[in-house]
Design a protein around this ligand. Structure first.
Ligand SMILES: Nc1ncnc2c1ncn2[C@@H]1O[C@H](COP(=O)(O)OP(=O)(O)OP(=O)(O)O)[C@@H](O)[C@H]1O
Ligand SMILES: [Mg+2]
Length: 301
């Protein structure tokens, strides 16, 4: 049975051609008759310029098989903060004297908000578009993208520690009150239940990320030293999270000065995208580029 949707991520240094490569891949898939949703997760969106049409966070139909949207990350950040606020207010109802407003002002600036919001958005998109064959993600700058991929494991490490701590608290309470806390009480403890749910949520995302049938990471680079170095860093950091790059898109390829790039990744399949004579904007030019150039893009979707 065919697994769907397959997530195709496009990442790489700023300006290397993530948006262009993801748009070409999305179009190639749609032309072959598979259903594709292309989502820009980069807050500085480019897809509306590439497709020469107004886009929003609601997917817009571009042709029979292709939909494109641009994520409203600010909206997802607000949604995430509201969720945290509700939860804290519910948990600390009895502490009405506490200055909670002050606490929420601080939370807005705490690190990690953007990647949590991004991960929530990603989960939502996967759930909402189970009918699509491919969901193609045009990713934000490297720093945020790496945090996005690292977040499930980081969260799991924290949650597992919190779970241990909670179990110890319950055990101590058992000793102090001499009230026996059986297995059933452990299970019905609200905090443990919540932690368990979060742990299984992050485990699920982690397993999606590391399943090559469900997730493919495409790293875009140019034949230049800076994009090569950033790509090597990306490969290393992903490897630390037990993730690997499935394919390289060597964009703006030319035979003369690409040898050292090709030799730097002996084991990863590489697609070569030559420079287009025309700016790669609009469906007609994107289609003409796909038809004229031997890129191999059509073979991967
Ligand atoms: N193969 C190509 N031939 C010609 N021009 C290209 C090619 N690939 C990309 N470009 C052009 O290079 C510029 C950068 O490409 P693109 O916007 O796709 O990069 P990006 O990685 O998404 O950038 P950002 O990091 O700013 O989001 C654009 O003007 C685009 O039209
Ligand atoms: Mg872009």
């Amino acid at each position: 049975m065919k697994i769907k949707p397959v997530s195709l991520f496009f990442l790489g240094k700023g300006g290397v051609g993530k948006s262009t490569s993801s748009a070409l891949t999305a179009l190639a898939g749609a032309q072959k008759g598979v259903s594709v949703l292309l989502v820009s997760l980069d807050p500085a969106h480019n897809q509306s310029d590439i497709f020469e049409t107004r886009l929003s966070d609601k997917p817009k139909r571009i042709n029979r098989n292709l939909y494109v949207s641009e994520l409203d990350l600010e909206k997802w950040i607000r949604k995430y903060l509201r969720g945290v606020e509700d939860q804290v207010k519910r948990s600390y109802k009895y502490l009405t004297a506490m200055n909670l407003e002050h606490y929420f002002d601080v939370i807005k600036y705490s690190p990690g908000i953007e990647e949590y919001a991004l991960l929530n958005a990603y989960e939502h998109i996967l759930k909402e578009h189970k009918d699509k064959d491919y969901i193609i993600f045009d990713m934000p700058p490297t720093a945020l993208t790496l945090k996005f991929f690292e977040l499930p494991q980081i969260s799991l490490t924290w949650l597992e520690q919190l779970l241990k701590l909670r179990q110890e608290i319950l055990k101590k309470r058992e000793i102090i009150t001499t009230i026996k806390i059986g297995k059933k009480d452990f299970q019905s403890d609200k905090i443990i239940t919540k932690l368990d749910a979060q742990i299984s949520g992050y485990e699920k995302i982690k397993s999606i990320f590391s399943d090559p049938q469900k997730t493919r990471i495409n790293l875009v680079l140019n034949p230049d030293k800076l994009s090569l170095n950033e790509s090597l860093l990306i490969v290393r950091r992903l490897k630390d999270s037990a993730l690997s790059v499935n394919r390289l898109f060597l964009n703006k390829y030319n035979q003369e000065n690409s040898t050292y790039i090709v030799n730097s990744f002996p084991e990863t399949p590489m697609l070569k995208l030559p420079v287009s004579e025309h700016p790669l904007l609009g469906l007609d030019i994107l289609s003409a580029y796909l038809a004229a150039k031997e890129t191999g893009i059509r073979e991967i979707v």
